[in-house]
Write a new protein. Structure first.
Lengths: 299, 318
């Protein structure tokens, strides 16, 4: 009888250990540091839909966890943009970007259907440094073109990283328990604050029924960083397929007016070679504006 | 007398816990290039650093306790600077940035195409990239994008230095070192390489008097407890990083540093090539583990045989 009671006691204790082990495992399954469980679960779903959260069975990697594989990307497209006037300019659009370090190089060739000289601009930002280039890599060595500091544009340019679908996932994870989940008109909505140089900007991202980011809206006192972006036609738009899903159409509005309407031709999400060294002339200019110098991740 | 079925609950519980116990045990065992691992960070070093009679750290040994340097995805990610500490935590060693990590919750099968595409991305996440002169930016990208045709190590050519990483075997003698790099399949099909490196105080041959080779002219010296191997005189038939189209000129100079701490060897290589790079570039430190079996020997590897290139029909990366 005593043996039977001990056996039952042992069984109960062992079962509790198993239950606790499995519960802990289940709770950690969707964990991203600092996020609440429901937010973590949603962000993981978005990351998986986008092809960000990846694992492999190749080359002895079968037991590794899912890892965020998005760092460097390159995007080509065409459509229309606005230069501040009401005219929609025909635009060839080329973006190189990096999340680590945070950097963007936006190259646009624009023509006015009504006439006038074509415009070619390269707007670059890395960490807190912003500058314009006469050609990619301008100012890095003699004869490589001109780099013109544009420190005041750093926030706007960095913001472009964090309103892309991948930036939404990264920034929402980074915001930890400040990231909130809600439902609006039947759609899941993720809301989170940016920090660092973009402190004061709140981002609201609306998901579609496939867990893709369909709309991103920012709120801030500074109107320069208030923007709305719609993303649609998700697919693997890479010339070399990587199963990273990217939008085929990007529409950005400011003040209710379209400022960018681009159809994507090619979206290389396979971490191509992209670098963003800061020219010495830009660093020197930044040093003269100490309040803006330094490095942050732009969040 | 206890009913036989009373054993069922504890037995079931033990069976439920068994896979976790096995997984933990596997993490603690020495790995081979083909063994799956759930993390890729190295354990803290253990043991003392042996010294030779002349007082230098003794680097002699078989440094494959963590498996082949290029042969497994956990090591390839380690080489790229991605440290996976647990099923929920990773970071970029170069920048310190955290990388979102999610545990595996099911074992859904992954088909070969999906697995290879994911591996391609996983091997390239790291932030530590050499800064080429701007006129070469597109060229590096194109070489990487067309690596199936452009990679100079295709068809079993030598990986070269420093792409081969740290040697698998180091033999240390008073006035020279022997480094052996066994050929590997996997990421790049590399041919076995060896280097005999004098450490007798000699100077480099003037570069213009050297015919470029895959491993160059190497000379070693000690800086405190760190072995420094300075090499030049390369040909241009290699790339210098694990992946990425990192071509170089015949004026490349490579300085490798080896530091032993107990059963761990930390290796870095600094590539200086002003012809193509804006500034010298240093690899993310790689940490190799001493083979825990003191009787372990280098086994013969199969002759390198490139079996897949002829069947490559897309530009999908390797």
């Amino acid at each position: 009888m005593v043996k039977k009671a001990n056996m039952i006691r042992l069984s109960v204790i062992t079962a509790m250990v198993v239950f606790a082990f499995q519960t802990a495992r289940a709770q950690s399954a969707n964990a991203t540091a600092g996020n609440t469980p429901d937010v973590s679960k949603t962000l993981r779903s978005v990351a998986e839909a986008l092809g960000m959260a990846r694992r492999t069975n190749r080359a002895g990697g079968g037991r590794l966890p899912f890892v965020d594989v998005i760092n460097r990307m390159e995007i080509w497209g065409n459509g229309t943009t606005s230069d501040g006037s009401r005219t929609a300019l025909q635009t060839e659009y080329h973006v190189a970007l990096s999340y680590n370090p945070p950097a963007v190089r936006l190259e646009m060739s624009r023509t006015n259907p009504g006439g006038g000289a074509p415009q070619h601009t390269i707007q670059t930002v890395r960490d807190d440094y912003a500058w314009n280039e006469s050609q990619p890599g301008a100012g890095l060595e003699p004869g490589s073109g001109t780099a013109t500091p544009a420190m005041g544009a750093a926030k706007q340019r960095l913001l472009q990283l964090w309103i892309l679908p991948y930036g939404v996932v990264k920034a929402a994870i980074a915001a930890g328990d400040k990231t909130k989940l809600s439902t609006e008109n039947g759609s899941e909505v993720i809301t989170y604050p940016l920090s660092g140089q973009l402190a004061g900007v709140t981002v609201k991202a609306t998901l579609d029924d496939k867990n893709f980011v369909a709309k991103v809206e920012t709120q801030a006192d500074n109107p320069a960083v208030v923007i709305e972006a719609d993303y649609s036609d998700y697919a693997d738009h890479g010339e070399i397929l990587s199963a990273v899903q990217s939008p085929g159409h990007i529409l950005q509005k400011q003040g209710g007016r379209p400022v960018l309407d681009i159809q994507i031709k090619n979206w290389d999400g396979a971490n191509p070679y992209l670098v963003f060294p800061v020219p010495d002339s830009v660093k020197k200019a930044a040093a003269q504006e100490p309040a803006k110098a330094g490095t942050t991740n732009g969040l | 007398m206890a009913h036989p079925k009373n054993w069922l609950v504890p037995l079931t519980a033990v069976l439920c816990l068994f896979p976790a116990a096995v997984a933990l045990a596997q993490d603690a065992t020495p790995t081979t290039p083909t063994m799956d691992r759930s993390i890729n960070v190295r354990p803290k070093p253990t043991g003392v650093t042996p010294r030779t009679p002349d007082g230098h750290p003794d680097l002699t040994g078989l440094w494959n306790g963590a498996g082949g340097d290029l042969g497994s995805l956990p090591n390839q990610m380690h080489n790229d600077g991605i440290a996976i500490e647990s099923q929920t935590s990773s970071h970029d060693v170069h920048s310190g940035a955290k990388i979102a990590t999610w545990p595996v919750t099911d074992r859904k099968p992954i088909d070969d195409t999906e697995g290879e595409r994911a591996a391609t991305l996983l091997r390239r996440v790291g932030s530590n990239k050499p800064i080429y002169r701007p006129k070469y930016w597109e060229m590096v990208k194109e070489l990487d994008a067309n690596a199936n045709e452009e990679d100079p190590s295709n068809n079993c050519m030598p990986a070269g230095i420093p792409r081969a990483g740290p040697p698998t075997y180091i033999g240390q003698f008073p006035n020279y070192f022997i480094f052996i790099y066994p050929g590997e399949g996997g990421l790049i099909a590399t041919q076995t390489m060896y280097r005999m490196i004098p450490a007798d105080g000699r100077k480099h041959t003037p570069l213009e008097n050297l015919d470029g080779t895959y491993t160059g002219e190497a000379i070693a010296h000690w800086e405190g407890d760190t072995l420094v191997v300075d090499t030049w005189g390369f040909n241009t038939s290699t790339w210098f990083d694990q992946l990425g189209g990192d071509f170089h000129s015949e004026n490349m100079r490579v300085v490798e540093r080896f530091h032993r701490d107990g059963n761990e060897l930390t290796w870095t290589a600094t590539v200086d090539d002003p012809d193509v790079l804006l500034e010298p570039w240093t690899t993310t430190p790689r940490i190799e583990l001493l083979n825990p079996n003191p009787k372990a020997i280098l086994q013969e590897v199969l002759p390198c045989s490139e079996r897949e290139l002829a069947h490559a029909v897309t530009k999908d990366h390797h």
